[in-house]
Design a protein around this ligand. Structure first.
Ligand SMILES: [Zn+2]
Length: 277
């Protein structure tokens, strides 16, 4: 039976903590390195619904993309949802491990899985390569097998992503042909300029804001597709789970992995506005 330390070693081989941004908080959040680990649940967010799912399934470890405590804390008292979560996990012998920006820039990383989910084929290259290794980096650029109208690509991308209340928002002429696509899982505002410089036809990401998006379109930038943050990162979970299971199996270690299907995107529903007239 593998220990938590064995599993952490395996995860950190693929998602090196040294690749994480300086502001990030990755690695083991709670758990005893000597504890045995049999079942591992992968999820985007460390929230109560995911802890409940882990509990119901009998997980020994939850691997999440987002950190529980990003900015540090002086208390884990069960007086906040984060403290309650930590209590639930520790009381039930469930460890928590985070692979965040180190998973974003890994090869393959979060955006590789997103690129494949929305239908990109062929080789993928980083949108913003890492300084020390051009094979890794933020975002990915890939291609569709043939040019299609923007609206058709958006429909295809929507089919490839898990359903969320907001679906996809599209900026740009729906009829414009697109083939070379950049994607970035999570909040991609900061990569708008890089996507324009790369000369792609579309940039698909999440959390885009009005002013940057509006200015981007006014300046004849690539078309934009704005998806739910959770949905853009969820495809990575299966990739990470599959890798962990197969890398462990290669070392004679058997673990059971599962990808959470709990939709933890913050936005739960939408309402259509009336026309002005
Ligand atoms: Zn994220």
């Amino acid at each position: 039976m593998p220990t938590l330390a064995d599993i952490v070693t395996e995860l950190e081989t693929r998602y090196d903590p040294r690749w994480a941004e300086s502001w990030d908080a990755v690695g083991l959040v709670c758990g005893d390195p000597s504890a045995e680990v049999r079942r591992i649940l992968f999820a985007v967010d460390p929230v109560a619904a995911v802890a409940d799912e882990a509990l119901g399934w009998g997980a020994d470890l939850i691997v999440t993309h987002h950190p529980l405590y990003l900015r540090g804390t002086t208390s884990v008292a069960a007086t906040t949802f984060k403290g309650r979560l930590i209590h639930t996990l520790i009381k039930n012998d469930i460890a928590l491990f985070t692979a965040h920006t180190n998973a974003d820039v890994a090869d393959p990383g979060v955006s590789d899985a997103l690129a494949r989910a929305v239908g990109l084929t062929g080789p993928l290259v980083p949108l913003m390569p890492a300084a020390d290794d051009p094979g890794r980096g933020l975002g990915r650029i890939g291609s569709l097998p043939a040019p299609v109208p923007l609206a058709e690509f958006a429909r295809e991308a929507a089919r490839g992503l898990p359903a969320t209340a907001g679906g996809l928002r599209v900026a740009g002429d729906p009829g414009r042909p697109v083939q070379r696509i950049a994607v970035s899982g999570g909040s991609g505002d900061s990569l708008l300029g890089v996507a324009r410089a790369a000369g792609v036809d579309v940039f698909l990401t999440a959390d885009l804001r009005h002013h940057p998006a509006s200015e981007f379109m006014e300046a004849d930038g690539p078309a934009l597709i704005d998806a739910a943050h959770w949905a853009t990162e969820w495809p990575w979970l299966a990739d990470a789970a599959h890798h962990l299971a197969s890398a462990s199996a290669a070392r004679g270690i058997t673990v059971e992995t599962r990808v959470s299907e709990t939709v933890t995107d913050a936005w739960k529903t939408t309402a259509k506005c009336e026309d002005f007239t």
